[in-house]
Ligand binder design. Sequence first.
Ligand code: 5GP
Length: 193
Amino acid sequence: MNFLEERIIKDGAVKPGNVLKVDSFLNHQMDIELMDKMGEEFYNRFKDAGVTKVLTIEASGIAIACSVARCFGVPMVFAKKSKSVNIDGDVYVAEVESFTHKNVNKVIVSKKFLNPEDKVLIIDDFLANGCALQGLISITESSGAEVVGLGIAIEKGFQIGGRVIRNLGYKLESLAIVEEMDAEKGTVTFREQ
Ligand code: 5GP
């Protein structure tokens, strides 16, 4: 088991509805040393990709993306959830259905912060059905920039997102892939990588 898998076993909790709760170290209270370790791990996996920008979606992707961006020495941009309709056309927009909240959010990135020359590494905390990643891919490609990779902390391998993104030909790296989890027994099983 790697450092993240060990931490999930130690401090994660399985909730009904295929939700893994990791709010004591990843997406409410945050263990910054763990964020930095993940940043280094993603750096090692993507260091030859020519990354010029790290892109994530608010809120829980931001901390990991900061650590990754620091390792690469590039800016981090996060897609914002927006209620207002944009009339100036100065933002890229995508619609993202939230797995945890079951609603659809419009997410936006200002056109100022993504350029056709950019090589973008997309980072997020979780991958379930892949809506968040598809939205970030769509925003990146609307700008003419290239998606050079996607890095996920925890992929739920029994949901469809990972397969869809890999089948589209993207390089997707997940630090922990949950193969199975059981809310009644509280067990989590990881895919061998
Ligand atoms: P997707 O768009 O891939 O269906 O879901 C990804 C997003 O949903 C992530 O950004 C994350 O915030 C949230 N998410 C999905 N599954 C889980 C989960 O099991 N636990 C937590 N805490 N968040 C999740």
